[in-house]
Design a protein around this ligand. Structure first.
Ligand SMILES: [Zn+2]
Length: 454
């Protein structure tokens, strides 16, 4: 506690010595515009309630592309266009179901098929369940797995303060669990949801099959049912009957939606800011990533409203297909490379709509130092840390292809995984002011990069 107070004091004193009055005033104007006249919350309402879920290649996804074009134009883009890319077309195909039987008693389990998973077939799968607590546990039980359903009960680690660390730690069970169990003859897998939530909502997300192994069905299970299943298995044999319907249609055409403010001094040098337009299907994709989309649009609207003329060209990008393919981000960077474009910075918001705390930043040590010198300007709006490394998923390929410095807004992480990829990722779980504060800090960051470079 005392340490924190001391470091904030140090930042304030640093701020006074390096005070950039013009910058403070400009950022204050940005903040006032967003807090007084902001449209992000209304735009989010429109996107989530009038369009809803936006699984890549679904009808909602295509409606969202048209919506994105319209809001970028209305918010004052000098030009706006669609950048075509091929996208995967995975379909959930119906309601996912699982029923457990323990000594003649039946209990319905709250499950959802993992994205990219293949269905059970019309007859479904019925088999005894074997619980494993980790991949090591799976290896030690590999001879008992054949013809069973493997239940990965690996817990989201509560001791990580930043919940993204718990996600990184647990997500291999969702991503690779099916194939690792298929290797030993499992028929299907049930994966404990990646969440600390106190409800029972299952959390989907993509898996990746090892194509040399059978592509077995996979579902996520809500935490209460996961605990129930684990308890039941302690004393009984548990049989589960599962039915899922996931399948792929041929790849199809999707689009990144791009709006641009043309630079006054360096029109051929680009700053990108974005979020991803696609979402998972059980909900409205409000926090993931409707909030990043409307914050991106809000920055454009604000710069226009203030009459700000950027030195560099700023691109506002609503990326296609982050969730189950990253084809939009990949296409954007491939085209940038093919056209030999100079991208000086790219920023994404894809970690929820919550109170901003900082930014992850992937760049050289000198660039990190420069960005950290701006903290005093952001501190009044909540940002106090720049973490070295990282950046949003969609801007990652720019870093790989062109060594562009990349960054991601880092909001408070405590609530994000309560909603992430679950049926409660809805508009009602977004707070207007937190959403706006995120947009303010992002706009300020873009302004500082536009003015001083990296
Ligand atoms: Zn996301």
């Amino acid at each position: 506690m005392r340490k924190l107070a001391l470091s904030i004091f140090t930042l304030f004193t640093t701020a006074c010595c390096f005070s950039q009055t013009d910058d403070s005033l400009m950022i204050r104007r940005i903040a006032d515009e967003i807090l007084l006249n902001g449209k992000a919350y209304d735009n989010l309402h429109d996107l989530t309630k009038n369009i809803g879920g936006r699984l890549t290649a679904s009808p909602g996804f295509y409606k969202a592309i048209q919506w994105g074009m319209k809001v970028l134009q209305q918010s004052g883009a000098d030009k706006a266009w669609l950048q075509e890319c091929m996208v995967p077309h995975w379909v959930r195909g119906g309601k996912d179901q699982a029923v457990a039987t323990v000594s003649q008693e039946k209990k319905s389990l709250d499950v959802i098929a993992l994205g990219n998973s293949l269905g059970t077939g019309a007859k479904g799968i019925t088999a005894d369940v074997i619980e494993v607590k980790s991949f090591n546990d799976l290896e030690s039980k590999k001879d008992q797995v054949r013809n069973k359903i493997v239940f990965y009960n690996y817990k989201f680690n509560p001791t990580f303060i930043n919940t993204f660390q718990a996600y990184v730690d647990a997500v291999p069970y969702r991503g690779a669990g099916a194939s690792r169990a298929a290797k030993y003859g499992a028929l299907a897998v049930i994966v404990r949801s990646m969440s600390h939530s106190t409800d029972n909502n299952p959390h989907t997300g993509s898996l990746r099959y090892d194509t040399t192994l059978p592509n077995i069905p996979a579902v996520a299970i809500g935490l209460k049912d996961a605990d129930w299943l684990s308890d039941a298995l302690n004393t009984n044999t548990v049989k589960v009957s599962m039915k899922t319907n996931g399948h792929f249609l041929p790849d199809t055409i999707g689009d990144n939606v791009i709006g641009e403010l043309t630079g006054s001094e360096f029109p051929d040098q680009y700053i990108t800011v974005g979020g991803h337009l696609d979402s998972w299907d059980p909900a409205e994709g409000a926090n993931d990533d409707g909030s990043g989309v409307v914050q991106t649009v809000e920055i454009l609207r604000t710069f226009k409203a203030l009459g700000y003329k950027p030195r560099h060209t700023i691109r506002f990008v609503l990326f296609a297909n982050e969730e189950n393919g990253l084809r939009g981000g990949t296409k954007y960077a491939d085209e940038a490379k093919a056209k030999n474009e100079k991208h000086i910075f790219a920023l994404e918001s894809d970690a929820g709509s919550f109170t901003p705390r900082g930014f992850n930043f992937g760049g050289t040590p000198e660039q990190v130092q420069k960005v950290r010198s701006w903290i005093p300007l952001l501190l009044p709006y909540g940002v106090y840390q720049i973490n070295e490394g990282g950046g949003g998923a969609d801007v990652g390929p720019l870093r790989t292809n062109l060594s562009t410095p990349v960054s991601e807004l880092l909001p408070d992480s405590q609530k994000y995984f309560d909603y992430h990829h679950a049926r409660n990722d809805v508009f009602e779980n977004v707070n207007k002011r937190e959403l706006e504060l995120g947009a303010i800090n992002m706009a300020a960051f873009i302004y500082l990069v536009d003015k001083y470079g990296l």
